[in-house]
Design a protein around this ligand. Sequence first.
Ligand code: P6P
Length: 336
Amino acid sequence: MRQFEEGTTLDRYLMETTRERYPEASGKFTALCQSIALAGKMISARVNRAGLAGMLGGTGDVNIQGEFVQKLDHYANLTFIRALEHGGHTCLVVSEEEAEPVAVPSQFHSGRYIITLDPLDGSSNIDCNATIGSIFGIFRRRSPEGSSASVDEALQSGRDLVAAGYLLYGAGTLLVLGTEFGVQGFTLDPSIGEYFLSHPNIRIPAGTTYSTNEAYQRRWNPGMAAFIERMKDPARKGNARYIGSLVADFHRTLLKGGVFLYPSDRKNPKGKLRLLYEAFPLAFLAEQAGGAATDGRTPILDRMPKSMHDRVPLVIGGSDLVAEATQLMATDPNEA
Ligand code: P6P
């Protein structure tokens, strides 16, 4: 696969990689990624001025997860659904903010892709201006295009992911996209509305940073407790970082190495994070970048969801640290 120099636009990257590998490609995957990129621009613009546009705080609603919906959660969810529904590339959207999958309206072509989506991850950080983001996974439908897709088609193994990625709304807006060609980071130049390749061929480096919410230490299982104690050994020269936005904690881990852990524990025996639209996409990216992701026992991508909003424990980052933590957790209770 050819190398792309920094400054390549997202559109050029998509068209040239697709054409090289799939000369007969219809352009639907490229169009899908462009729709996701557009949604990212719109959400980024809204996030950046949320404090001025009365967009902070909650809507007063509670979502399927039992979480208070933030105004920006609602906006992000609608923005993605509207960006995806009319392009002829998508048939279903599975969103954290929707109890059931959202089918493309009948006036639009029901396309070949199923999108799993956390429209705005890290909502608890919105009002304090910490980094948040959107996470997405891309599956291919099993039924023929044009027909209405069955909701069960969204329940596929992580190994069936075609691509995955996230948008990060922080100091800058980044689109990180993982495909079979590897993981690429594109930075949005808001002055011209274009994404440019800024992080080509991302690979997770060796690292010694661990990232977890240590307030839960009293309810950790023995394996997690033992692993964190090892990470605190001065000989390992480690440190700790925790933002509380999965997408931001993962992005740091992807670029600087280390390991993020949200394990099963005595309060959350199935973990907190969602399998279809948080763990699957990030696990796909981690593996494409030379890292790993497990549920404390088995590779995340080997799992098969039982329902849209399954929760799962997550250990993700550099392969060595993930393997070490998973080996220690092997004898922990695991109801995931
Ligand atoms: P805790 C944000 O609400 C989120 O879903 C993830 O982005 C983040 O990693 C996690 O919850 C933080 O959870 O229990 O540490 O507040």
